[in-house]
Design a protein around this ligand. Sequence first.
Ligand code: 6PG
Length: 249
Amino acid sequence: MTCIHIREVFAGPAELFHAAAEEFVRTGQAAIQQNGLFSVALSGGSTPRALYSLLAGEYAGFDWAHTCLFFGDERHVPPDHPESNYRMVDEALLSKIRIPAANVFRVHAEMPDASACAAEYEARLRNFFHLAPGQFPQFDLVLLGLGTDGHTASLFPGSAGLQEQSRLVIANWVEKFQTHRISVTFPVLNQASDVMFLVSGPDKASIVRQIVDGKASPPFPAQDVQPQGRLLWMLDAPAAANLDHGSQP
Ligand code: 6PG
């Protein structure tokens, strides 16, 4: 299946996040109708918080009982730490919707050994998706953000994790933060049925333009997300400000 590549630019954050919520619900309803279940890998950072809040508010009636939420990456901190992606998702979404606890697959990032944490999460993914050795999970939807350095999930430029082609989940050493981040790998991202990049704000305009230009060598990590299914870049106008009309990330 070739990757279908769509870019949509919205006037501002409010329009972007409403469109993203609609896309989430549409994708979820289709997955539940087809397979009886909707598997999503959530992104962290600050951008998606507004989406999660919307999903908890206007879309709280979504079929969360048939939705399983995973994390595309997590900081190597306990779940109550200010930097924890789980804590952000719990505050914005999980604490406000009726979703069975068994449907939420938190990364146990309180584990002191980051590699053991990654291996444990990988084992849970293998179990949930009933994977044979060498197989990768196919999430119905993977949400991703974009760092100003072109990273996505916790796959940072120059990090060892960029080369990982066998494991599903790694403890990726991030030099600039002097810490490990737990992250799914490119084979997992690129196995997804749908990948949705959510990019908002003027501070992303430069990296978005560099990605669209496609001249960086090596390419930015976000450029290596080329999923089996649909690749949807959703940006607001400030993030797309440096793009020529009609150009594609
Ligand atoms: C994380 C995310 C990361 C994020 C980008 C953008 O754990 O931080 O997974 O990949 O999406 O860093 O972050 P902002 O949305 O905060 O700009």
